[in-house]
Design a protein around this ligand. Structure first.
Ligand code: SAH
Length: 353
């Protein structure tokens, strides 16, 4: 990929071809470097921002898992793409009540946006555990691991290939009078397709996330060398398929992905079949994917909600019920979002699966 250029505007690229991958990477680089996009007044709201209950039940899950893994100390608690740090702070608030667990923790935040790193430092300031920020997983010492990634993989850029009468071509974007249009160009090498996909017909698109394999392989390597588990939560699909899912969100609405480049969040659905396949091939045990609704209910979100509800005032009671619906109901985030757990081969079955 060419180096993202934060100051590029459509007129600089007039008439040129940029792959979907570079369009997404450069657009998001600019977008995330310039703002904190989360919350009611931002562009979108993620599960940890909907309610503290999300991070709290994941915190409880981490404690149970740590216990199942033999209470290793230290344990590396790693989060990929932690946004504002809200989920980690909800997890640590729960963890603090379990001194054996809390004192074993080394927290690692993997984040590339300088604005969000600042927000995360502020969110975690009250927690006196070792905390380290990283650009990627490479320098985090191997050892017992609890890794979490919520809405991280959907933010990674995807490549598009389109079947044409001339064979596979790379799909991209060209600006004409500053308006973005989809285009395609010839490629010397066809994409390597999953074996179970039928032969493509012209017009069909194959979407591929090139960072998914290297990141899952790094997680695999950690889970092979020490006891651990990774929980990945995102919107996505569970079978290899043709089609494209590039989408843009601005002010809580989906908008055309070709508009407002650099000022909208560009995402793509996550291929959970690929995550499972890459992990299994390395001898990692895979649980799920299950749905977010089932997973959250299985790990106790209703009990947590009931507890908060009992001690809340009337307004907060409404908010708690509303948040519970948003996180777990089938027609909200409950089914669209999937949860997969990758685990060291000889670890017991985790809660929630
Ligand atoms: N997990 C958070 C934020 C999700 S948004 C939540 O649920 O609220 C995606 C996050 O991933 C942001 O923090 C973004 O800055 C970060 N991110 C995107 N690409 C990244 C990369 N290549 N490496 C590390 N972090 C990345």
């Amino acid at each position: 990929m060419s180096k993202p250029a934060l100051n590029l505007v459509p007129s600089d690229l007039e008439g040129q071809f940029i792959s979907v991958h570079d369009y997404m990477a450069q657009g998001n680089e600019k977008y995330y470097a310039s703002r904190d996009p989360f919350g009611e007044n931002g562009d979108f709201i993620t599960a940890p921002e909907v309610s503290q209950m999300f991070g709290e039940v994941l915190g409880a899950w981490c404690i149970m898992r740590w216990d199942q893994l033999g209470r290793p100390s230290p344990v590396h608690l790693i989060e990929l793409g932690p946004g504002r740090g809200t989920m980690m702070s909800d997890i640590l608030r729960v963890a603090k009540k379990y001194p054996n667990f809390y004192s074993a923790l080394h927290v690692h935040m993997v984040e590339t946006s300088p604005i969000l790193i600042d927000a995360q430092r502020t969110s975690l300031i009250e927690f006196a555990v070792p905390k380290t920020w990283h650009q990627n997983l490479d320098k985090i010492p191997h050892g017992p691991t609890l890794l979490l990634a919520n809405e991280f993989f959907d933010a990674l850029p995807v490549e598009h290939y389109i079947m044409t009468a001339l064979g596979w071509q790379q799909r991209g974007i060209t600006f004409v009078k500053e308006q973005a249009h989809f285009t395609a160009r010839e490629i010397t090498q066809s994409p390597l397709l999953p074996e179970n996909l039928p032969t493509a017909v012209p017009g069909q698109i194959y979407e591929y996330n090139p960072q998914l394999r290297p990141i899952v392989e790094k997680i695999n390597a950690r889970l092979k060398t020490a006891p651990g588990s990774a929980i990945i939560i995102d919107y996505g699909y569970t079978r290899d398929t043709y089609g494209e899912t590039l989408q843009a969100v601005s002010a809580h609405h989906k908008i055309n992905a070709l508009q407002a480049w650099g000022n909208v969040d560009l995402t793509a659905h996550v291929n959970f079949a690929a995550i499972a396949q890459i992990a299994r091939a390395a001898g990692i045990t895979v649980y799920g994917p299950t749905t977010q609704g089932k997973f959250l209910r299985a790990i106790g979100i209703e009990e947590r909600g009931r507890h908060l509800f009992e001690s809340a005032n009337a307004d907060d009671k409404v908010d708690i019920l509303d948040a519970m619906m948003r996180l777990a109901a089938d027609e909200e985030m409950g089914v669209l979002f999937k949860v997969i757990c990758l685990s060291s081969p000889d670890a017991p079955v985790p809660e929630g699966f």
